[in-house]
Ligand binder design. Structure first.
Ligand SMILES: Nc1ncnc2c1ncn2[C@@H]1O[C@H](COP(=O)(O)OP(=O)(O)OP(=O)(O)O)[C@@H](O)[C@H]1O
Length: 335
């Protein structure tokens, strides 16, 4: 196991005048054994960052340490890292056992040691009864477990996951998420998990790095990111539906954006803000009311079973005082 340290990491694709800057100086200290999720919208540079740590992409500037060793120029095979990809990348003609054993065989690990490691990984992943089958004889979720097994047997210092759940359906994604958490609890290997899905990020992360356009917007626990987003970008990205952001809120201040989550607004009989309801959506346990306050979009969440206004009506709403967030209109940063 090992810590990972990113010091002012920069990435540019190409060179000279045609160089495309993609990562603009990322700093992060990841502790030994931590499970970190890297989350952000498509194109923000998550995969590029992960691939630089894996050694699959050259680092343009800055220093990357794994443990106390600077590894910028070290080839991937010598970084003691295992990577799990979205598309599993299993060999179709090999059995699942052979797929898991292949890397060790190449590394000339003795046969009985290979068997010991594969059997142990298969047991952890509940794959023992499927080892003789070929990957095509497995479900998507089982295939992803074989891919994880292949990573585990190498007993790496670091696991890198590149959107490994995105080919699975919603239910299986949920189950596999739980398995990955169990695996981490059992093995305690430093892990970096890339996703664009904020729900996946919130549920898996011990700490999460929220990225936007090649920069780190926030690095914190899911609680910190949810309760104290560092910027309007994070406020709008984390949480579903996203935080309401109002430039001209009643009682607001010039130059400031007021943020309030839909779940932190109550309906009231008098006082509060006038809220013109436009549409209402039922999502099982809750109802979302979409409408306007003074011309700005506002979403309000009401627990199912409670009274709620209908489209076309004007209701009164009261944001909870202790749940208000303030951001600078100029920089978007939290005040
Ligand atoms: N080989 C390349 N040459 C030039 N630009 C590239 C190259 N690879 C990636 N990029 C650009 O770098 C930026 C970051 O890409 P990256 O794949 O890291 O994003 P991402 O956050 O992982 O996105 P996604 O979730 O869509 O995979 C994008 O703007 C992309 O177009």
């Amino acid at each position: 196991m090992a810590s990972i340290s990113l010091k002012n990491i920069v990435k540019r694709y190409g060179s000279g005048k045609s160089a495309v800057p993609v990562i603009h100086g990322v700093n992060a200290e990841i502790g030994d054994g931590e499970f970190i999720v890297l989350v952000g919208p498509s194109g923000c540079g998550k995969s590029t960052l992960l691939r630089m740590i894996a050694g699959l992409e050259e680092i343009t500037g800055g220093d990357l340490f794994i443990g106390d060793k600077r590894v910028n120029g070290l080839e991937p095979a010598r970084r003691n890292i295992a990577m799990v990809f979205q598309n599993y990348a299993l060999y179709p003609h090999m059995s699942n056992y052979e797929n898991m054993a292949y890397g060790l065989k190449l590394a000339k690990v003795p046969k009985d040691e290979i068997k010991r490691r594969v059997d142990k990984a298969a047991k952890i992943l509940e794959l023992s009864h499927l080892l003789e089958r070929k990957p095509r004889e497995l479900s998507g979720g089982q295939r992803q477990r074989v891919a994880m097994g292949r990573a585990i047997v190498r007993e790496p210092q670091v696991f890198l996951f590149d959107e490994p759940l995105s080919n699975l359906d919603a239910k299986l994604r949920g189950q596999t998420r739980i398995e990955i958490q169990k695996l981490h609890a059992e093995l305690g290997i430093t892990s970096l998990f890339v996703t664009h899905d904020q729900v996946e990020a919130m549920t898996l992360a011990q700490r999460m790095i929220v990225m936007n356009a090649g920069n780190v917007e926030q690095f914190g626990t899911p609680e910190e990111v949810y309760h104290a987003p560092a910027s309007t970008f994070v406020a709008g990205f984390i949480g579903s539906p996203p935080m309401n952001l109002l430039k001209n809120a009643p009682g607001g201040q010039a130059g400031r954006i007021l943020g309030i989550r839909p779940e932190h607004i109550d309906l009231c009989d008098g006082g509060g803000w006038p809220f013109q309801v436009e549409t209402v959506e039922l999502l099982g346990a809750e109802r979302l009311l979409y409408g306007k306050v003074g011309g700005e979009d506002v979403t309000v969440r009401v627990e199912e079973g409670n009274a709620y206004p209908r489209p076309g009506e004007t209701a009164r709403i009261l944001p909870r005082e202790d749940r208000l967030h303030w951001f600078s209109q100029e920089t978007g940063k939290r005040i």
